[in-house]
Design a protein around this ligand. Structure first.
Ligand code: ZN
Length: 155
C-alpha cells in the first residue's frame, strides 16, 4: 500500500533566550525559524469525492497554509517567546517590560528550544487538523540553516 503525504514549509522571525545555557544562548537573541509540516490523510490516501475541489489531494496546500499560519506563524512572528517558568529572573523582567510597552510576547510553559517547539506545534496542529481527517506526521523546526528538531507522531 502506498501512502501519500504532503509537506509545507513556513518561516518566521522570533526572539528567545535559553535560561541556564552555558554559552551565548542565555542572551536574548533572534532566529529566522523554518518549519516543515508533513501531513497525511487518516482514513484513506487522498480525497476521492468527485467534484470536491480537493479531489486528488491530501489537503489543499493553501488550506494547510492558512491553518498553520493562523495557529502558529502569525502569533509567533516577530514575538518574544517567553518561558513563564524560567529560572532566570531576567526573562520575566524582559517579558514584563515588553508587555508594558505593548510589544508581542508569546508565553509558553516550556524552555523555548527547537525540540520543545516541534513537540508543542505538533500537538497544537494535531488537535486542529483532527476535524479535517488529517494526521500530522511530523513537524520539523529549524533554528539555524543546519540545525533542526523533528517531532513525530507515534501511533
Ligand atoms: Zn536561539
Amino acid at each position: 500500500m502506498v501512502n501519500v503525504s504532503i509537506t509545507k514549509e513556513f518561516t518566521w522571525d522570533m526572539a528567545h533566550m535559553l535560561a541556564c545555557h552555558e554559552g551565548l544562548c542565555k542572551n536574548i537573541h533572534g532566529h529566522t525559524y523554518k518549519m516543515q509540516v508533513e501531513v497525511t490523510r487518516k482514513s484513506k490516501d487522498l480525497i476521492t469525492s468527485p467534484g470536491n475541489s480537493e479531489e486528488g489531494m491530501v489537503i489543499d496546500f493553501n488550506h494547510l497554509k492558512n491553518i498553520v499560519k493562523d495557529k502558529i506563524i502569525d502569533p509567533l512572528d516577530h514575538a518574544f517567546m517567553y518561558w513563564c517558568q524560567s529560572p532566570d529572573s531576567l526573562e520575566h523582567e524582559i517579558a514584563e517590560l515588553l508587555r508594558k510597552h505593548g510589544r508581542k510576547v508569546v508565553t509558553v510553559t516550556y524552555k523555548p528550544t527547537a525540540e520543545e517547539m516541534a513537540r508543542n506545534f505538533l500537538e497544537i496542529l494535531s488537535h486542529e487538523f483532527d476535524k479535517h481527517d488529517i494526521l500530522i506526521r511530523s513537524v520539523k523546526v529549524w533554528e539555524t540553516p543546519t540545525s533542526f528538531a523533528t517531532a513525530v507522531r507515534e501511533e
